[in-house]
Ligand binder design. Structure first.
Ligand code: BES
Ligand code: MN
Ligand code: ZN
Length: 491
């Protein structure tokens, strides 16, 4: 996909050379662009007359399609009402415009914003991620599916004053958008097409394309490191585990890196504590944390900020079997702390804890782990916000700011000592589950026991990484949040 900006005053938008013009107008009806000259009469009239006739109400999300309107060079015009001037509202409007056009014959789409505020870099970033998101279609195991869209080029119309910031936004949007697509694609792939070995190959390919250092540890290497907790999850599966470490070096060696840790369970059956059958297929996205970390790494490697980044992905399957770990088994984590496994379905924390201990060797500036960790988080926050857990107010502020900048929301959850109570075990330093109540928090409290040596935040993306129902599939979240967070560490 080709994204550009074109300096073009609104009074010339009827003459823009393109196959389709998406005209975004604000809900307040004040379709007077910031860049002063008004829309050409043909477009202004279309908006005002359609509104007067009741064919276009000034409500966010309303659309009107015009085919070959006389006096307009583009064969198609889509008018979309945006709820506000914000990047968020702009993004929603772009998605609607593209959805109207993507199945048709348009190859080149131009987008003009007739709002009263000036566009900035966040709008341009939102445009790109919206277009990439709206035109993505999963085809890997369904190659017969027709391509989702013919759109190959998108031009954002703007004023001279806006153009510099918008160009920067387009660049960032393309990097983040590509990262989101990478994460979506891999989280959508079925467990037999996305194994730990595949994930390691993805990391290796990223390493080749972007000059990253990629190291992949196998079972033997993990045994040597004493990762008894991670190994206990992997032991029930015939599929070999992988422990992936990928580094982007954009600053001096002495600069402490940002470390991202992603849960890479390529299929979660629950193990001996087997999950019920309904919707178990969806547990192929239990590597969504890993996928989003790889997506963020791709975006960062493309944008080349002056910082160091390390990505760590413990990856295996969680399967029942003659060799599988059993409820009641006690394992020794890499940290030396022992864990009584009361439920083999609480496996995410068991693989993450060893990765969090492994992270210590990088003397990190900050560590963020990302995991489809608990069903309880879906109950608490639904599919909109990711759950953010950190005891560090500074990191919390930075994460919330990144979420806002990336239009990728998260919500801070509590981490008080009182929630640690439930992890007590008669037979080990801790159990791997607490009571059902506050399950997302007790999971985070478990991880917290392994993060004493650095600043740390945990994102539970069990809800945000996946959509159920008609639009079923992965979302590529929280690639945007993570990328913004990492980029802000360079500034
Ligand atoms: N991968 C699941 C969490 C999950 C559930 C993600 C639903 C997405 C949608 C995780 O490994 C798990 O099974 N967690 C258990 C923990 C429980 C046994 C304490 C859960 O949430 O039920
Ligand atoms: Mn599980
Ligand atoms: Zn899981």
């Amino acid at each position: 996909m080709d994204f550009r900006i074109q300096v073009s005053s609104p009074d010339s938008w009827a003459d823009v050379a393109c196959d389709a013009l998406v005209l975004i107008v604000p809900a307040d009806g004040g379709h007077q662009p910031a860049h002063d000259p008004a829309l050409p009469a043909v477009l202004a009239l279309a908006v005002s007359d359609a509104t007067a006739q009741g064919d276009l109400s000034p409500k966010a999300g309303k659309c009107l399609y015009l085919h070959r309107p006389v006096g307009v060079r583009a064969a198609r015009v889509v008018i979309v009402v945006a709820g506000a001037d914000t990047p968020k509202a702009f993004k929603a409007a772009v998605v609607l415009g593209i959805q109207q056009l993507k199945g048709g014959g348009s190859k080149h789409v131009a987008v003009g914003f007739a709002g009263s505020a000036a566009l900035n870099d966040a709008h341009a970033e939102a445009l790109v991620t919206a277009v990439l998101d709206a035109t993505y279609l999963y085809r890997h195991t369904k190659p017969s599916a027709p391509a989702a869209s013919n759109i190959a080029k998108v031009t954002l119309l703007c004023s001279k004053a806006e153009s510099k910031a918008l160009q920067a936004g387009l660049v960032r949007g393309q990097a983040i958008g590509a990262g989101v697509l990478l994460a979506r694609e891999w989280a959508n792939r079925p467990g037999n097409h996305c194994t730990p070995t595949h994930l390691a190959q993805v990391a290796r390919k990223l390493g080749k394309d972007h000059e990253l250092k990629v190291e992949v540890l196998d079972r033997k290497a993990c045994e040597k490191l004493g990762m008894g907790s991670f190994l206990s999850v992997a032991q029930g599966s015939a599929e070999p585990l992988r422990f992936i470490v990928a580094r982007y070096d954009g600053a001096a060696k002495s600069v402490p890196p940002v470390v991202l840790v992603g849960k890479g369970i390529t299929f979660d059956t629950g193990g001996i504590s087997l999950k019920p059958g309904a919707e178990m297929d969806e547990m192929k996205y239990d590597m969504g944390g890993a996928a989003s970390v790889l997506g963020a790494l791709r975006a960062v490697a493309e944008l080349k900020p002056k910082l160091n980044l390390v990505c760590i992905i413990p990856s295996c399957e969680n399967m029942p079997g003659g060799n599988a770990v059993k409820p009641g088994d006690v394992v020794t984590s890499m940290s030396g702390q022992t864990i009584e496994i009361l439920n083999t379905d609480a496996e995410g924390r068991l693989i993450l804890c060893d990765a969090l201990t492994y992270a210590e060797r990088f003397k990190p500036a900050v560590v963020v782990d990302v995991a489809t960790l608990t069903g309880a988080c879906v109950v608490a926050l639904g599919h909109h916000h990711s759950g953010l857990f950190t005891a560090d107010d500074t990191v919390a502020t930075q994460m919330l700011a990144a979420a806002q900048a990336g239009l990728d929301p998260c919500w801070r959850m509590p981490l008080d000592e009182e929630y640690d109570e439930g992890l007590k075990s008669h037979y080990a330093d801790m159990a791997n589950i607490g009571s059902r109540a506050g399950g997302a928090i007790t999971a985070a409290m478990f991880l917290r026991r392994f993060t004493g040596k650095y600043r740390w935040a945990h994102l539970d993306i069990a809800g945000s990484a996946w959509k159920s129902g008609a639009a079923k599939g992965s979302t590529g979240r929280p690639v945007s949040l993570l990328t913004h967070f990492v980029l802000a560490q360079a500034a």
